[in-house]
Each structure stands twice: as structure tokens, then as C-alpha cells.
Design a protein around this ligand. Sequence first.
Ligand SMILES: [Zn+2]
Ligand SMILES: [Zn+2]
Length: 345
Amino acid sequence: MKAAIFYGAGDIRIEERPVPRIGPGELLVKIMAAGICGSDLHAYRHSPKLLEGRMFGHEYSGEVVEVAKGVEGFSVGDRVGLEPLVGCGRCGYCASGSYHLCPSLWHVPGFAEYQKFPKSKAYKLPDHVSFEEASTLDCIAVAVHAAKLSGLRGGETAVVLGAGTIGLLTMQVLKAFGAKAVYETGTHDFQVELARELGADAAINAKKEDLVERIKILTGVEGAGGRETLRGVDHAFETVGGAKSALEEALRIVRRGGTVTVIGDPKNPVMLSSFVMREVKVLGSSSYAYYGKEPEFKVALDLLSSGKVNARRIVTHAFPLERIKEAFDVASDKGTGCVKVVVKP
Ligand SMILES: [Zn+2]
Ligand SMILES: [Zn+2]
């Protein structure tokens, strides 16, 4: 089979690899769509040694082509969404259901024609959910996990910083979970327009507008006697990461006692004084696992198939696997108008 192998910054090659052989409890899946994640882009630019010479990619969907003997509930031809996260199954985190914190957490790689999965990681897709849409389930599950972690209750307000895939999906998940108003920031006009189209109550171009002023208008002011400050939102979600100032902005626009949930991977330092005195809670959110007893991946699929989350407008570009390098170059440049770029093996 053809598989994309990572060799270093800007260097991805299509090579022949043997089709994986399934063991007990596994399914062999023909990958139909595989999305390029922000973390894949980070690898593409910075070339982590860990990845060199390996397959990668972890946001995919496909069609079952072989079922191990004794596996029930799946047949050849089933269309499936696939959760990439596999914990060790033995550590305390895995035992308690928080396998996303497993020190040996592994992402099954999927920029390839075929891959095998434990049957517990495959979810049958309804006919009306396309492979492209289903390739974003991993990202929707990330948003579900962050929304749960934040403790958001119905009727609360939120700002989502960033209007890439995770930002646009987080905004929609928060609305589905009953947020009264969700505002979103982006740095490109097309992102801001898309945020509005997908249901953001206000969409703000953070490059052109003064975010703090806009939030002051949206949430009002509190205090008196010349000490008026903006009231702020109940929750902020940082999805930008890198050396941007989004985390700092999040801390400024959240109310006293509010919550900032960090999904991105910010690299810049933050002053404790910007949130200690106002008792803002800062939470890290990474991947996903269970929502109560239900897998968050399943919650994501329910939101997608019920139409509460729209992923059709999120997948903006598709390339055949052979042109994966071009797909990465498009995904690296927001000037192309891309949100999610997928390859189709
Ligand atoms: Zn990802
Ligand atoms: Zn573990």
C-alpha cells in the first residue's frame, strides 16, 4: 500500500509499505479521508526526531475491509469514524478512564491507504455523514472535552480565541451545550465570516479591531467611581497557541472568577498578576477521553450527525494522498483560505 512517511521539515515521501495484518479484536480499514492537524503542521515545520522515518496523521475516517474472527457488530463495507487515541490500558490513568493522560498515549497513524484499529475505536457512520466530515471527529471530540472541562453551564457566555478548525468547532459545541452567547476571534476575514455563518453571536477580526473594546460593548462594564472595568465573559477558550498573545487576551476578557481553557499550545510567558487577583481559573485541555460513561468521540459523532455541529464548511480543501506535500503547503498558508485540508488515500 501507499503511505506518507515523514522525513523532516518539508520532507514527506510516498512509499510502499505492507498492508497491516489484523490481530484479535481488530478491523482493517481503507482510509477514505485524513485531515492535516495543527500538530502535523508543527511537525512539518520543526521536524521532531521522534517522527522521522515514520507514518503519521491521526484525523481520519474510512471503510472496513476486513474484520477479525469473533468481532461482532462490524462487517466489510461499514463506513466508520476512527478514534486515533490508544492508551497502554494498564496505568492508573487508563484504569480510571482518563487514558488521554496516559504517559504512553499513542496516536494510530493514518496518512496511508490502510490501517488497523481495535474495534473499540471504530464508530459506524450514518449515511448522511460524509468521510470528509467524519475526518473532523477527532477535532470535535477535542472541543467536547474542553467544553466539559470548562464547567460551562447553560446561559453562560464565552469567547473562543481563534477561528481555525478547533476554534470553529469549539464555538459550535459551546452553542450546542447551551451557552447563551459565544463570540469568536479570527485573524483573517474569511475566518471571521465563517464564524458568523456557523453561528457565532459576534465574530471579531483581532487584527483589525480592539478586542477588549468589543468585549466591553458586548458584556458591559462593572465598578464605579472611575474604577469601571469591563465585565467580561464567563469563559474564554484559547485555540491559537504559538507565540501569539491570545492567552493574554483571554485572561483580559474573562470575568472575575471566570475560566480560561487553553487548548492551543502557547509559548509565551504570562504574568500571574493577570489572573490571580481576579481568581480566574486557567485550565489545560488536551485530547479527550470519556464524558461521564460515554466516549467523547461518540458525543462528537452525535453532535455531527444531528447537525448541531457543521463540519461541511470546515473541510475546505482535499488532495489525493500522492499530493500530500502540496496539501501541507496549502494548510501552512492561511492566505489560501483553508480551514481543514484533507488527503484522500
Ligand atoms: Zn489533531
Ligand atoms: Zn496508560
